[in-house]
Design a protein around this ligand. Sequence first.
Ligand code: AIR
Length: 189
Amino acid sequence: MPSKATTNYKPQTTNKQEANGPLVGIVMGSESDLEIMNGAAEMLRQFEVEPELTIVSAHRTPERLREYAQKAKERGVKVIIAGAGGAAHLPGMIAANTILPVIGVPVKSSNSIDGWDSMLSILQMPYGVPVATVALNGAKNAGILAAQILALHDTSIAGKLEAFKEYQDDIVMESVKNVKNLGYRNEFD
Ligand code: AIR
């Protein structure tokens, strides 16, 4: 059976990093992960980082996995985001083959029992081969975390992350006002 089609997830590419090589590589085990993993790409675009995104399966394309991980650093990639479901060995095996930081996204896929299988496959890495694991289907946070790593050496991305934090604060304060207006007692604000 072919995996879920990509048509809903047309990338809205941004400008900035197109001229240079991608700083963030997003890989996923299957096209069926794209609905979730697109969230990482979308977040990165908010910070004007245009990631590359492709499919690499630890089990179906082991040679491709090795080549992708081993070449990523020399290609200029700084952070790899890897997402997979079920027996999710992709992030760990990418991490085994590169010194780049790897952010793992457990995906609740069709072959997953309840999400814990992918969660634990990515989370419980042995000593020496870390994978920074985000929440189940937490690809958006993976995108933010990748931007935060890049921001250590990029003041423009750092500025956008600061603005994003302020925006989140504004959104919550808007809700605080809404709830107060409903008539609930609030003597804090
Ligand atoms: N997968 C693919 N190769 C190795 C793994 N673990 C994962 C994909 C997807 C799930 O298997 O990451 O989440 C189901 O893939 P598919 O292609 O059957 O939809």
